[in-house]
Design a protein around this ligand. Structure first.
Ligand SMILES: *[C@@H]1O[C@H](CO)[C@@H](O)[C@H](O)[C@H]1NC(C)=O
Ligand SMILES: *[C@@H]1O[C@H](CO)[C@@H](O)[C@H](O)[C@H]1NC(C)=O
Ligand SMILES: *[C@@H]1O[C@H](CO)[C@@H](O)[C@H](O)[C@H]1NC(C)=O
Ligand SMILES: *[C@@H]1O[C@H](CO)[C@@H](O)[C@H](O)[C@H]1NC(C)=O
Ligand SMILES: *[C@@H]1O[C@H](CO)[C@@H](O)[C@H](O)[C@H]1NC(C)=O
Ligand SMILES: *[C@@H]1O[C@H](CO)[C@@H](O)[C@H](O)[C@H]1NC(C)=O
Length: 327
């Protein structure tokens, strides 16, 4: 590039920098309204002085410095973080000077207050059959907790229909397909809120997760372990209530005297495991909902052992060999 072109380019960049040397001011009158317990709608007005009608004004917003969204609208909806609070911020950009710095307008919605020691602990939700979910917790310093839940197919926040009691104390909530309106759900975030019934200082606990990522099937049930020559045919019952294509199985097997298990994976509900027929083996199986979500492994099934039926085989196999040698 000849020097003169360089110079011209430099001058034009410098000129445009000079023309827009002020950062775009922040949007005005940023406010929020709560849509329900779990979501809010933020609204704002255009920044002062951005009134050049040739330039389209766009807004970039973030919730807790995450999930950026571009829009020309003057509002946005989003999820609240009820554990740590929710910082919402928005800035304007106009198409004539979109490379310029812009100032954020920021607003913070604090989490519900209360003493952390009063909050539930070890909160966990697991779906063990499609549509059947148990959420469980350890009580904090109080014991009377209430669970509320919502996801986008439900009009209103719902309260738990069936609590799970351990030693007379509420320590969980049991959900059935009807509670979750299961037929509608594909890939859905569930929002849960657990507060105390005592007004004083119970810190509410907030949880959110994708239903397809909290699947933990019940363990498979081994139906039969059959020795066939130098392999074992293993069959098990699938955990109920799942699409077969979504399940992965792991079989662990070992000689009953060995300490290390050897793994095999399959998508069928049976397997043929090569073995040394002179040795007795132990087997166990577990399953995971994996291709359709990101669940966790089930517990292991009971351990089943292969039988001592190979002595017979050995005699049958050896006999012809001896006969041949005698000839
Ligand atoms: C911002 O809010 C104030 C007070 O409610 C109002 O007077 C003003 O017109 C609003 N500004 C814009 C740009 O909407
Ligand atoms: C529009 O912009 C001009 C200068 O850029 C300014 O003088 C004027 O007050 C603005 N008008 C409004 C309504 O903001
Ligand atoms: C949010 O709150 C949870 C539970 O109170 C805490 O474990 C976590 O560290 C907090 N996260 C951030 C980013 O502050
Ligand atoms: C879930 O809770 C129900 C009701 O208390 C109980 O019958 C069921 O065994 C629980 N399932 C699991 C996998 O924990
Ligand atoms: C717990 O939360 C629910 C749902 O927001 C609310 O209706 C209830 O009053 C709260 N209970 C207490 C004791 O704050
Ligand atoms: C909470 O309230 C109950 C009954 O109103 C009272 O007995 C208890 O001492 C209070 N706990 C705290 C930590 O203030």
């Amino acid at each position: 590039m000849p020097f003169t072109s360089y110079f011209a380019l430099f001058c034009s960049v410098a000129a445009s920098l000079h023309a827009y040397s002020h950062a775009v001011p922040p949007p005005l009158n940023l406010t929020f309204s709560l849509r329900n317990l779990f979501t809010a709608k933020w609204s704002w007005s255009p920044p002062a002085g951005l009134n050049n009608s040739n330039c389209l004004i766009e807004y970039i917003s973030e919730v807790n410095k995450n999930s950026p969204e571009w829009t020309v609208q003057l509002s946005r909806e989003g999820d609240l973080d009820l554990n740590n609070g929710t910082e919402f911020r928005v800035k304007a950009s106009n198409t004539c000077q979109n490379h310029m710095a812009a100032e954020w307008a920021t607003i913070f919605i604090p989490p519900p207050s209360g003493d952390f020691k009063s909050s539930v602990m070890n909160f966990e939700c697991l779906m063990y059959m499609m549509g059947y979910m148990n959420c469980t917790w350890m009580p904090g310093i109080y014991s009377d907790y209430n669970l509320y839940y919502w996801y986008r197919y439900l009009e209103k926040v719902q309260s738990c229909k069936q609590y799970i009691y351990i030693g007379g104390i509420r320590q969980g909530c049991h959900f059935q397909p009807h509670d979750l309106m299961w037929k509608n759900i594909k890939d859905t975030i569930i929002y849960i809120f657990v507060n105390g019934s005592k007004e004083n200082s119970t810190k509410p606990f907030f949880y959110k997760n994708n239903l397809l990522n909290i699947v933990k099937p019940t363990p498979p049930n081994i139906l039969s372990v059959t020795v066939v020559k130098d392999s074992v045919q293993l069959k098990w019952e699938e955990p109920p209530g799942f699409n077969k294509e979504c399940l992965l199985y792991q079989i662990n097997y070992k000689s009953i005297r060995a300490s290390n298990w050897m793994p095999i994976s399959t998508r069928e509900n049976s397997a043929s495991v090569p073995i040394d027929p002179h040795i007795q083996y132990a087997f166990k199986v577990r399953s995971k909902y994996d291709t359709c979500g990101d669940g966790s492994w089930s517990e292991w099934s009971n351990v089943k052992e292969s039988e001592h039926i190979y002595q017979m085989d050995r005699i049958i196999y050896i006999a012809p060999v001896v006969a041949v040698m005698l000839l």
